[in-house]
Design a protein around this ligand. Structure first.
Ligand code: C2E
Ligand code: CA
Length: 803
């Protein structure tokens, strides 16, 4: 009977101890699930020491069951807790008895060792069964759960073991003392829980400090991704969201990293139950720049400490976001400044500085692929467009040219605008130097395609100079050489020229000429030579062309090709035109006085035609020198750039109406001679020297001359052949129907008084003539084959002119 009462008391005590041990625990929250570390195993091991294993297992099940009933936990959790603790109890009991456990133990080692091992097994088994379930439930890494506070857990296990040993030692001494154990355990628990809380608190602050430290980065993306990971760790959340207001952006993620980064509306749907948010306050503390949201799949309430931690973290995040935004803006400003320093603002192309830097870098590369060359491009007559159509139109042309150059350049090339109407293309990876000309030709052809401008179709012409690297002196020298080549191109009338050393010295001189111009105009250093224009049949002089010369004090006599371009570019053109016109009309007046009433032909720069006051200036000069208007011939070149401009029509109309004669110079060399002719009502066509000089070997040259003569005849225009150097050329031109010519055959350009003397002297004693009549010569010229082809075939082969 007494034994039964004792057993019942023991059973009840065991059930009570397990239940209390299960209920008294310290809590640990992982994400939205709270986890507890209980005294259960302590009670179980004490039970196993004094009672049979099956009884302890039974009491464990009952004790945990009662405790769970009191706490009304979900069934699944309750079933797991009961099963787990019974398994722990059974296993620890078996381990204890494997050591041959006896109660009471004979000595201290017989108590310490088996109990230590059994308790150790109980603790480890408990962890092995609990932690994977927590890991699954909270989506936390198992390793992290094992690592988390392992020191604290080990210490607490040791404390419990000491307690178990203490309690059992008391029991051995006097069983009644057992009643003193629960209060003792409670005291120890409270002390232990307090210590654990303090430690947890300390760790929490350390984590907060680490998390805010981690936010200390300047890249906004890094700030946001770090904040998500850190907040997820710090608050053990299922998900963290950081939403920024301006620009609208939402970053979502967890402690594994960012899962979504984009517009708030497009974020994936969430299955969260609790959201705890903290505003990210703006600099004025009144507005917010965004929100930090901690999301949990379960229901959760934050402790005061956690709330405070959240506010601190949000404030650190806000500062980090503001710093990163400011830094980003700073970088953007710096980028923009760097870009502006390297970019031409009008066209978006690289500027001179960028070209020089890039070129220097490229030339410095020892093993660069292929050959590098620089193409310098200068638009012809661009200033006229600017002057007449306005700067907006000029800008449009520059932008279109830039676009065409970019479109036609190859990968690796650098297209730059050097200023004004000057462009450059750094041609890279050329397999051979000769390819540079080919590439340059492609680029210039692209520029010269007609373009629409305010409803007008205009064509921009350009000249290009090529210099091939390497050159000593790096990019500055390469640029200088390309510049020299470009002026060689302009001077020779070809579209592209490649730098040659032989052509260099003269051009360096030409570049320096610009500075001497104002003095030349002021001190009348310009003179005019006159070349007679002769009736090819009779040899009679019918006019004279005025050709400007510059008597330079240091360089001697300079011919116009070397200084005209510079004059046209400077503001000195009107003064120069006045000087030439004055000297030409004075000469005409002198000849007329001597009985030779010859018209004088003056060459005009296209830019003069853009000046609406030009006609009245010319007419004033005519009146001043008392020369009839029809004794002045103005020679115009076909500059297609300006041919469609109203001002040109107006200027030429006024001159023509006043009686001034107009001649179209270098006819046949332009792109659309006929369309120019349709617009500009000229009296005379001058066949370009190049056709006359090549007519002996070129069927095309003959065809052009023949067509021009035919055209002149049908329109009633005088046709003058330039550059007649030989008698056979004269004969051939005469045979083709050309009635007038000028050239070295008759006379070279000469001062007015010498021409007068030549006129007075005459050829074969005939004043006013410079050659014998043609019928007396009987020279023969062998024209090229096409002379004998049918007119239909011939007309098909004529360039620029329709049949
Ligand atoms: P252009 O209008 O074609 O003038 C004829 C050029 O051919 C002159 O060269 C003349 O000396 C040269 N020439 C004449 N006959 C022959 C010949 O039989 N064989 C060869 N090889 N050459 C011959 P110049 O004087 O050097 O003038 C060059 C260009 O400069 C002129 O070409 C003209 O376009 C321009 N120019 C000359 N004076 C003036 C001027 O006062 N104003 C303007 N705007 N341009 C001028
Ligand atoms: Ca001329």
């Amino acid at each position: 009977m007494t034994a039964t009462v004792t057993e019942l008391a023991l059973t009840a005590t065991l059930i009570f101890l397990v239940a209390v041990g299960f209920i008294v625990k310290w809590q640990l929250r992982i994400r939205s699930t709270a986890h507890a570390v209980s005294w259960c195993e302590t009670a179980i091991v004490v039970g196993l020491a004094v009672a049979p294993v099956p009884l302890v297992v039974l009491c464990t099940g009952l004790g945990v069951g009662i405790a769970l009933a009191i706490k009304s936990l979900p069934r699944m959790k309750a079933a797991f807790a009961i099963a787990k603790n019974m398994l722990v109890a059974g296993t620890a009991g078996i381990v204890l008895h494997l050591f041959g456990w006896q109660w009471p133990p004979p000595d201290l080692p017989a108590l310490l060792i088996p109990l230590g091992v059994a308790y150790g097994v109980a603790v480890v088994l408990d962890e092995l069964l609990t932690l994977p379930v927590i890991a699954l439930d909270t989506h936390t890494k198992l390793r992290r759960l094992f690592k988390d506070g392992w020191g604290l857990r080990l210490a607490s296990a040791l404390v419990r073991y000491v307690l178990i040993v203490g309690a059992l030692t008391i029991l051995v001494a006097d069983q009644l003392l057992l009643v003193a154990i629960p209060p003792l355990i409670l005291c120890i628990h409270l002390a232990h829980a307090g210590q654990a809380r303090a430690r947890a608190e300390q760790q929490a602050w350390q984590r907060l400090a680490r998390a805010t430290d981690a936010l200390n980065v300047v890249d906004l993306d890094a700030v946001l991704s770090t904040s998500v990971v850190q907040a997820a760790e710090l608050f053990s959340t299922d998900r963290v969201e950081v939403e920024l207001n301006d620009p609208a952006r939402l970053v979502q993620g967890n402690n594994d990293g960012v899962r979504y980064d984009g517009l708030p509306g497009a974020a994936p749907a969430n299955g969260v139950r609790t959201v705890i948010d903290a505003p990210l306050a703006g600099p004025d503390n009144e507005s917010t720049i965004g929100t930090l949201r901690l999301c949990f799949t379960g229901t959760i309430r934050f402790s005061e400490r956690e709330k405070y931690t959240l506010r601190t973290f949000a404030s650190a995040l806000c500062t980090a976001v503001r710093n990163a935004t400011a830094y980003q803006q700073l970088i953007e400003v710096a980028d923009r400044n760097a870009q502006a320093a390297a970019q031409d603002s009008l066209t978006g192309l690289a500027n001179r500085r960028r070209l020089m830097e890039h070129g220097t870098e490229l030339l410095g590369q020892r093993h660069a692929d292929g050959i590098t060359a620089l193409l310098l491009i200068d638009l012809n007559h661009f200033k006229e467009i600017n002057d007449t159509l306005g700067h907006a139109a000029g800008d449009t042309v520059l932008r279109q040219v830039a676009q065409r150059l970019s479109d036609s350049s190859q990968a690796g090339d650098l297209v730059a605008r050097l200023g004004g109407d000057e462009f450059a293309v750094l041609l890279t990876t050329l397999p051979a130097p000769a390819i540079a000309t080919h590439r340059a030709d492609t680029l210039l052809t692209a520029i010269c395609e007609p373009m629409e401008l305010d409803g007008m179709r205009i064509r921009v012409e350009a000249s290009g100079g090529i210099a091939v690297a390497p050159s000593n002196g790096g990019m500055p020298e390469l640029l200088r050489r390309a510049d020299v080549a470009m002026y060689q191109a302009k001077r020779s009338g070809s579209r592209i020229a490649t730098y040659t050393r032989s052509g260099d010295t003269a051009d360096v001189g030409r570049l320096a000429l610009g500075g001497d111009l104002p003095r030349a105009v002021a001190q009348h250093e310009f003179s005019v030579s006159f070349q007679p224009i002769v009736d090819l049949g009779s040899g009679e002089v019918i006019a004279a062309e005025a050709l400007a010369r510059w008597q330079h004090p240091d360089r001697g006599r300079l011919d116009p090709r070397r200084f005209l371009e510079t004059i046209e570019r400077s503001g000195l053109l009107p003064a120069f035109v006045d000087a030439v016109l004055d000297q030409s009309l004075i000469a005409a007046a002198t000849w007329a006085e001597a009985g030779f009433a010859l018209p004088v032909a003056v060459n005009l720069s296209p830019r003069s035609l853009l000046d609406p006051r030009f006609p009245s200036a010319v007419l004033a000069r005519l009146r001043a020198h008392d020369i009839p208007a029809d004794r002045l011939i103005l020679e115009l070149t076909e500059t297609l750039t300006i041919s469609q401009l109203e001002v040109v029509d107006h200027v030429l109309g006024q001159l023509r109406d006043a009686g001034v004669r107009l001649a179209l110079d270098d006819f046949g060399t332009g792109y659309s001679s006929l369309s120019v002719l349709a617009r500009i009502p000229v009296h005379e066509l001058k066949i370009a020297r190049s056709f006359v000089m090549t007519m002996e070997g070129s069927t095309e040259a003959v065809a052009v001359i023949r067509s021009t003569v035919d055209l002149g005849r049908s329109l009633g225009l005088t046709v003058v052949a330039a550059g007649v150097e030989s008698e056979p050329q004269r004969q051939a031109l005469w045979a083709l129907g050309c009635v007038a010519g000028q050239g070295h055959l008759f006379a070279r350009p000469m001062p007015a008084h010498r021409l007068l003397a030549a006129l007075q002297c005459g050829s074969s004693g005939r004043p006013g003539t410079l050659a014998n009549p043609i019928h007396s010569e009987g020279a023969v010229i062998h024209l090229a084959q096409s002379r004998r082809v049918s007119s239909r075939t011939r007309s098909e082969r004529v360039p620029h002119l329709p049949a």
